[in-house]
Ligand binder design. Sequence first.
Ligand code: 6PG
Length: 224
Amino acid sequence: MNGELQVVDDVPAAFAREVIAAFSSRVGEEFDIALSGGDTARLCYERLAAEAAHTIDWLAVNVFWGDERCVPPDDPDSNELLARQALLERVGAANAVYPMRCEESVDAYQLRLGEVGRLDLVHLGMGPDGHTASLFPGSAALDADECQLVTFNEDPSGRNKHRRMTLTYAGIARARLALFTVSGKAKRPAMEAVLAGEDLPAGRVRAERVLWLVDRDAAPRSLL
Ligand code: 6PG
């Protein structure tokens, strides 16, 4: 596993604190953040919206996505919809919003990321199977070429629905901070496996800094 693991009581609160700190360290410059999907992400965005509606200058924030399900943007499974409802509509505005749209090519998204250079923060979750973003165990995207930042992918096990667009490891590695939020008992076995160095997708993530915010239910027993 790469990076630092913090066991926290309240993952959404810790997430909001880290995003505010990362934003504050970039004063005067634009802040590029890639968002995630899933239930933990929703709680994190709601908390961030509540705590940072005024502490973050949202007109300096450019919003990207780390992965997206290939569904219409108003589909209940859309990560874009989740972020709009839980965060963007609550804070009012952002400088720019770059949804991943499966009907556009991955090259278009990759070009946009290329223009940005580094992403300040990439938010990531982890599934009980150890996937992160839409990098699923045994899937083709795990072996994407280093020059490919974005790709389409599918879960070969069929457990996670929908075709996806996702950042690759190389795409995530552009982050100054890759920030994992992991919550709940169902995640403990994967968290223990990642800590033990087993080869699960989430454990392979690299970035300038990788920080895992993990609650007590998900934390490896050896850390409690
Ligand atoms: C997605 C995600 C995915 C998610 C994890 C954790 O679009 O599904 O980006 O990687 O973050 O599956 O999701 P939960 O918090 O719902 O367990």
